[in-house]
Design a protein around this ligand. Structure first.
Ligand SMILES: Cc1cc2nc3c(=O)[nH]c(=O)nc-3n(C[C@H](O)[C@H](O)[C@H](O)COP(=O)(O)OP(=O)(O)OC[C@H]3O[C@@H](n4cnc5c(N)ncnc54)[C@H](O)[C@@H]3O)c2cc1C
Length: 455
């Protein structure tokens, strides 16, 4: 009779020692010597014993108040253009700034790129067309989409007027590939928690990570956090908005529904839309209108939505014919649509869309799902704060009227504003001027060279 080896025996017999990638040798003094006979096949070493974290936060309790003393922060990096947030806007901004000749550092709080597009499982890329089928999102955003076209299983329905839908893992993979190709310096697992400001000029940002609190200095900063975390920390004015907060999920086995059994029963709700993975749909969620800057609310949303999704799938499974449908995953990231919106020197306005206003500082064109109206221009001023200098907004937090925010925040429109912010920041660095004073004609020229469409 065969005696199958368990995992531990297998590792010991074949002497496997785990996968070691890219690590140099580490000199260590173990506190407790490991018995060689106790090897599990994995390896661990002591990097430094009896260590005290040099940059620990060290808050103290004084008369019932928590006080954090001033302290010097280690400088993690110095760069030309610092982009905080690696969502659709941040990724495109980083690539654009690098292609425009700047040294670029991109920082992201999670372990992957794509923002709501991947971590939020918002897989449908709408908002890139006008007048029915004319595509207005071009440039680096369109390059991303074309590259997804060439990847097996990465995107479906990629025609203007249909519903281009991606696979989140394909996007995450492609983002890494494009960031590496561009030669952009990246810090993941690094949360922007403050701005470095001299007077009203932003000089960089402060980050929190497992390495403690560190600073990155930059000539220009782009806030692509979606929530305006950096411009708010720098003292820029913004509008604090509430919007619907949902949680997107993916469900599977929709190709195994027993049609004969299901024929006489009403179709269950929340079956979603198809994705590049056969039998798997993504299920959008509207959610209630709440303040997504409030941590108590965010916690409640996560817990309520999670319960709702699980219970909803149980109902679906209780429907004749749908017994094999299952929950593949809930999005790792809550579906936050809008929080802070920059108070910019100009704004994206509905009246301008209706009047087909042409801005001398146009930096991109916006579209929508049906594309039933004409092109609407996005002025550079919508990216520039009224008050604070040396920081630009990109993506869903740029200055837009409430009536336009739902168009501005669509993924292709975030590509467009990210592209413009990246080029403008790089031009400001080259011209040694503030982004507010940049030569917009030059920004427009570089954008066109990078295949952006400005009307
Ligand atoms: C439920 C839902 C459904 C939607 N449906 C669609 C749709 O069908 N089609 C469509 O086109 N759009 C849709 N959208 C809108 C679209 O997904 C977003 O507006 C778009 O992804 C915004 O891109 P962004 O880069 O501005 O921000 P985000 O995608 O939010 O990316 C911001 C990035 O910054 C990072 N970040 C945030 N704060 C910090 C910090 N302090 N430090 C470091 N990193 C930080 C985040 O982790 C994230 O990676 C939907 C949105 C939601 C919530």
């Amino acid at each position: 009779m065969n005696d199958p080896m368990n995992r531990r025996e297998c590792l010991m017999r074949f002497g496997l020692s785990g996968l070691t990638v890219g690590l140099g040798s580490v000199t260590a003094t173990p506190l407790l010597a490991q018995n060689p006979g106790e090897s599990t096949g994995f390896e661990s070493s002591v990097i430094a014993s009896h260590k005290v974290q040099a940059n620990s936060a060290g808050a103290t309790l004084v008369d019932g108040r928590v006080i954090q003393p001033a302290r010097e922060l280690p400088i993690l990096d110095e760069t030309d253009v610092l982009i905080v947030g690696g969502g659709p806007a941040g990724i495109v901004a980083a690539i654009a700034a690098k292609r425009s000749g700047a040294r670029v550092t991109l920082v992201e709080r999670y372990g992957h790129f794509g923002g709501l597009w991947t971590g939020g499982l918002v897989l449908l890329v709408i908002g890139h067309i006008v007048g029915g089928k004319k595509q207005v999102c071009q440039g680096i955003g369109e390059e991303i989409m074309r590259r997804l076209d060439k990847m097996d299983g990465a995107i479906i329905d990629r025609k203007p007027g249909s519903k281009p839908t991606v696979d989140a893992e394909a996007v995450k993979y492609l983002m890494v590939e494009m960031i590496e190709e561009a030669g952009i310096r990246v810090f993941l697992h690094c949360w922007g928690v403050g701005a470095i400001v001299t007077g009203n000029v932003v000089r960089g940002a402060v980050f929190e990570s497992k390495s403690g609190r560190q600073a990155i200095l930059a000539k220009v900063v782009i806030d692509a956090t979606g929530d305006g975390d950096v411009f708010a920390a720098a003292g820029a004015r913004f509008e604090h908005r509430s919007h619907n907060v949902g949680l997107v999920s993916r469900i599977g086995n929709l190709d195994r529904v027993d049609a004969a059994k299901a024929a006489n029963t009403p179709k269950p709700k929340h079956l979603g839309l198809r994705t590049p993975v056969a039998g798997v749909n993504w299920v959008n969620m509207h959610g209630p209108e709440v303040d997504a800057l409030d941590v108590v609310t965010l916690t409640r949303m996560e817990m309520n939505h999670r319960k709702f999704i699980w219970q909803s799938i149980q109902k679906t499974r209780g429907t004749p014919g749908y017994e094999r449908v299952y929950l593949v995953e809930t999005a790792p990231q809550l579906g936050v649509r809008i929080t802070r919106v920059l108070d910019g020197v100009n704004a994206v306005r509905l009246a301008d869309l209706r009047a087909h206003t042409k801005f001398p500082d146009v930096i991109g064109m916006g579209g929508e799902e049906g594309g039933d109206h004409g092109e609407w221009q996005i002025p550079y001023g919508a990216l520039v704060p009224t008050k604070v200098d040396n920081v630009l907004a990109a993506g869903r937090c740029i200055c837009a009227e409430r009536s336009m925010a739902d168009l501005v925040r669509l993924i292709p429109n975030c590509f467009v504003t990210g592209h413009a912010a990246g080029v403008a920041a790089a031009v400001a660095v080259q011209e040694r001027c503030l982004p507010r004073d940049v030569d917009v004609a030059k920004v427009q020229k570089v954008l066109r060279q990078q295949d952006a469409y400005l009307g």
